[in-house]
Write a new protein. Structure first.
Length: 88
């Protein structure tokens, strides 16, 4: 990570490693929101982590970016990320 605490602090941001991470199985169960990681990190770089966290709390409360680990019936949530449209 180039001696930084977060990717958005690095001079190499967004590096190929991060870009590869975001492309890895986007929208699948174990990769929820991975495909928007770079956009989120750009936002953190712009407004700072505290302001970004407050922004995300508001968006989550409004129903955005909320992912439950379990479905209402108690089974693991296997739904795709809500911002990825299903492939036809």
């Amino acid at each position: 990570m180039g001696g930084k605490n977060f990717c958005h602090e690095c001079d190499c941001f967004p590096c190929e490693r991060l870009q590869s991470f975001t492309r890895y199985n986007p929208g699948k169960t174990f990769a929820h929101f991975r495909h928007i990681a770079i956009e989120n990190l750009k936002r953190i770089r712009l407004i700072g982590p505290d302001a970004w966290a407050r922004e995300m709390e508001k968006r989550s409360a409004a129903g955005d970016y909320s992912i439950s680990g379990k479905n209402p019936d108690g089974d693991p949530d296997t739904s795709p990320c809500s911002c990825v449209s299903p492939k036809k």
